[in-house]
Design a protein around this ligand. Structure first.
Ligand code: 5AD
Ligand code: SF4
Length: 449
C-alpha cells in the first residue's frame, strides 16, 4: 500500500528528535515521508505545551485539517490525524472530544505504539490514545531518520525530576531515566562511523545523568566516552545550574571536540523568584559557575533562558534579571513571558502584575540581550572560523550557511561552480568580514577540507 505521511514538529530539540524517531519508525514500515500536509495520507503533529501560545496554535492547525482535501490516490477515505509530543500525556483521550476528526493520540514515551495505533485507525476506524508514562522501550531503541546526515541528536536521559514550579515538562515527560552509558557510546560510535560530524547530547537536565544508575557513571564520564569515539564536534543541552559540576566544567578545557558553547538557563536574576521557581540555586552561585566556566574556556559562548513576569515579580526582581544579563554578556538569550500552565504549582500563585508592565520589562530585556549578542560577535572580525556547512542561506541561495564552534550562524558566498550538495556537512574555514547581532559573514579561506 502506498502510504504517505507528514510530520509537523513544534517545540524543543527533544521533540524534534522524537520526530526523527517517528519518521524512522514509519519509513521502516514502508511508508513514505513527504514534505507537505497536502501530499500526505497521515499527518502527525508533534506538540509542545510548555507555553500557552503553542497550544492554541496546535488546536487551530488540527482544525484546519477538516477542510484540507485528501490527495488523489490516497488509500484512505480521509486523512488520518495523530497528535504526539507533550500534549498527548497531558490531555489524553479528552482531545477526541475537542477535535472530532482526530484519530490517534500518543505520549512521549509511546512512540513505539504509533504504528499499531495508526493501523487501528485506518483498518478498524478506531480512535485510540496511548499515553503511558512508562514505556516498554527507551525511545532511542527505535530507528531514527536524521534531518541532516552529518549531525545527530543523541538522548542520554528522558524525563525530568526537577519540578520547577512554572514548568509542565515533568508532568508530561515523566520521571528522569538515564540511558545506559554503553548504549550511548555504541550509538555515538555508529554515528561517527557513518560520517556524522556533530553530536548533541540531549536531556532535560543532562547534568543529572546517572543519578538513577546508583549515581555512577556521571555526565562528565559520558562526555569522555563520546569524545573518545572521535566525533569532531560535541555539544549538549540542556544544563541545569544546580547540577553543573566542576568535572563537567573542566571538560571545556580538556576535550578538544567539546565545542565552546554552553546553554545554562538562569530563568531569573532575583533570589526570591529563583526560590519561588524552585530552581535550587542563587544568583551568586550562578555567577560563580559562570566564572569557573570562563576560567576553563575563556571565550566560551554562553546562552540562557529567561522568564519575565513570573507571578509576584517586582520591579526590583526584574532589575536583578536585567543586571545578570548585562553582567554575564550572553551570546544569545531565549526570553519568554511567563505562561500559566494548569496543574503546575505556579498556576496557583498570586499574579497581579499588569500585562503592559511585563511587556515593557520584556522589551527592555530584549534590548540589552541584542546589545550583548552584537558585542559578542565583534571579537570574530578578521578571524578564520571553522564552519560546519548546513546549506544555503534562506534569504540568498548564493550564500552558504553554517555554524561556527560557538554555534554562531555564518554566511559566505558560495564559490562559482561549487554545488552546495558537495559542501553540506563539511567543515570549511571562513574569514569573518562582517559581524552582526545574529550572524557573521565572510569568505571561504581556502579549499574545502
Ligand atoms: N512560561 C514561560 N516560559 C516557560 N518555560 C518553561 N515553562 C514556561 C512557562 N510556563 C521556559 C523556560 C525553559 C524554556 C525551555 O521554556 O525558560 O528553560
Ligand atoms: Fe522544566 Fe525545570 Fe525540568 Fe527544565 S529543569 S524541564 S524547566 S522542570
Amino acid at each position: 500500500m502506498d502510504v504517505r505521511f507528514n510530520v509537523q514538529t513544534f517545540g524543543c530539540q527533544m521533540n524534534k528528535h522524537d520526530s526523527e524517531r517517528v519518521v524512522g519508525r514509519l519509513e521502516g514500515l514502508g511508508a513514505q515521508c513527504v514534505d507537505s500536509i497536502a501530499e500526505s495520507d497521515v499527518v502527525v503533529f508533534m506538540t509542545c505545551c510548555v507555553r500557552e501560545a503553542a497550544d492554541v496554535r496546535l488546536i487551530g492547525q488540527v482544525n484546519t485539517m477538516k477542510s484540507e482535501p485528501i490527495r488523489e490516490g490516497s488509500p484512505f477515505g480521509k486523512r488520518i490525524v495523530a497528535i504526539g509530543g507533550c500534549i498527548g500525556p497531558r490531555d489524553g483521550a479528552k482531545l477526541f472530544d475537542e477535535l472530532d476528526h482526530l484519530d490517534v493520540v500518543f505520549g512521549t514515551n509511546n512512540l513505539s505504539s504509533l504504528p499499531g495505533l495508526l493501523e487501528d485507525a485506518f483498518v478498524k476506524g478506531v480512535r485510540r490514545a496511548e499515553t503511558l508514562e512508562e514505556s516498554d522501550s527507551f525511545p532511542t531503541e527505535l530507528p531514527t531518520k536524521r534531518e541532516h546526515s552529518w549531525a545527530a541528536w543523541l538522548p542520554i536521559t528522558i524525563g525530568c525530576n526537577n519540578f520547577c514550579t512554572y514548568c509542565i515538562v515533568p508532568y508530561v515527560r515523566g520521571r528522569e531515566k538515564s540511558r545506559p552509558m554503553e548504549d550511548i557510546a555504541q550509538e555515538a560510535q555508529r554515528y561517527v562511523n557513518a560520517g556524522v560530524k556533530e553530536i548533541t547530547l540531549l536531556g532535560q537536565n543532562v547534568n543529572s545523568y546517572g543519578r538513577d544508575l546508583y549515581g555512577k557513571p556521571r555526565f562528565a564520564d559520558v562526555l569522555e566516552v563520546v569524545a573518545e569515539t572521535g566525533i569532531e564536534r560535541l555539544r549538549f543541552a540542556t544544563s541545569h545550574p544546580k547540577d553543573l559540576t566542576d568535572e563537567v566544567i573542566a571538560k571545556f578545557g580538556t576535550l578538544e571536540s567539546l565545542m565552546p558553547a554552553l546553554h545554562l538557563p538562569v530563568q531569573s536574576g532575583s533570589d526570591a523568584i529563583l526560590k519561588a521557581m524552585h530552581r535550587g540555586y542563587t544568583t551568586q552561585h550562578y555567577l560563580d559557575l559562570i566564572g569557573k566556566v570562563r576560567q576553563a574556556c575563556p571565550e566560551i559562548a554562553l546562552s540562557t533562558d529567561i522568564i519575565v513576569g513570573f507571578p509576584g515579580e517586582t520591579e526590583e526582581d526584574f532589575e536583578g534579571t536585567y543586571r545578570i544579563v548585562d553582567e554575564v554578556g550572553y551570546s544569545q538569550v531565549f526570553t519568554f513571558i511567563y505562561s500559566k500552565r494548569e496543574g503546575t504549582p505556579a498556576a496557583k500563585m498570586h499574579d497581579d502584575t499588569p500585562r503592559e508592565v511585563i511587556q515593557a520589562r520584556f522589551d527592555r530585556l530584549v534590548d540589552v540581550v541584542q546589545k550583548h549578542a552584537f558585542e559578542a560577535n565583534q571579537i570574530e572580525l578578521g578571524r578564520t572560523v571553522d564552519v560546519l556547512v548546513e546549506g544555503v542561506s534562506k534569504r540568498d541561495s548564493g550564500l552558504l550557511s553554517g555554524k561556527s564552534p560557538k554555534n554562531q550562524t555564518v554566511h559566505a558566498p558560495l564559490p562559482d561552480g561549487v554545488d552546495i550538495a558537495d559542501l553540506a556537512g563539511k567543515i570549511v574555514p571562513v574569514i569573518v568580514e562582517e559581524a552582526r547581532t545574529w550572524y557573521l559573514r565572510g569568505t571561504l579561506a581556502s579549499k574545502v577540507r
